[in-house]
Ligand binder design. Structure first.
Ligand code: SAM
Length: 234
């Protein structure tokens, strides 16, 4: 279970209605049971249920049982699409260990209403589901152009360009520690020529193909994260 408070032994943690519902209704836990909690920064901690109500509950933190495990420094930049598919992208990125999730508005992005709090909640659920101790922050939605104007010099970009389908660069990992990277996925309409030009002028950008077929944006996000992990990750 993810909690907002920074964790420490002996702490008492009040649970809100949705946490109580999840733990006592869905997971069938009750008073005296020990569960694992994490705050996203300090690993996994055992906590004992001291009060189990329908809409509230209380845990007491016992001890740290797992160290913090942060993922490699990989950001996912993606253009928001339909709501359910955007939710899917965020959920899968959190499961697959993206370190930061950044919705970006591109020239052909149609859906501009992005609720950051809702996407963050999906990232928390995904981290809980896969037993992680890290929750990737979801950034405020921003224009791709502005993001690239302030792009950090050391961070490379795996630019997934549908125009290269089947004939893109193959990336391979160099010696030494894994560099900071980002994966960039476009919207259903793809990238504009101006964006392609902008990325061609960004020395950190490496255009890649995700194979010979044009994938839907949500499929492309999962495929790109997998490709990054197998070729460039740890
Ligand atoms: N409307 C575009 C077209 O017909 O060419 C397709 C856009 S695709 C549905 C959405 C995004 O997924 C693209 O902008 C790109 O980032 C990624 N993508 C999909 N298939 C790809 C491929 N074969 N190679 C590289 N990127 C791909």
């Amino acid at each position: 279970l993810h909690v907002e408070h920074a964790l420490g032994a002996g702490q008492t943690l009040p649970l809100d209605a949705s946490q109580a519902h999840y733990l006592f209704g869905v997971m069938r836990k009750g008073a005296g049971d020990v569960i694992e909690v994490f705050d996203g920064r300090s690993g996994g901690w055992d906590a004992e249920v001291v009060e189990a109500g329908k809409k509230r509950g209380v845990l007491r933190v016992l001890e740290q049982v797992r160290p913090q495990q942060d993922p490699p420094d990989l950001w996912l930049l993606f253009a928001p699409i339909k709501r359910a598919r955007t939710d899917f992208i965020v959920e899968k990125a959190a499961e697959m260990g993206a370190a930061r999730i950044c919705p970006v508005l591109t020239d052909f992005t149609n859906s501009e209403r992005v609720r950051r709090d809702r996407l963050q909640a999906h990232a928390v659920e995904a981290a809980e589901q896969c037993g992680g101790t890290f929750v990737p922050p979801v950034a405020e939605v921003a224009k791709l152009g502005a993001v690239l104007d302030a792009w950090p010099p050391e961070r490379r970009v795996m630019f997934c360009d549908e125009a290269l389908a089947g004939r893109g660069t193959v990336l391979s990992r160099g010696p030494g520690p894994v560099a900071p990277w980002a994966v960039l996925i476009g919207p259903e309409g793809g990238f504009s020529d101006a964006e392609r030009q902008r990325l061609a002028n960004l020395p950190q950008a490496h255009p890649v193909s995700l194979g010979p077929r044009i994938l839907r944006a949500d499929t492309a996000a999962v495929a790109a994260l997998t490709l990054w992990q197998t070729t460039l990750g740890d």
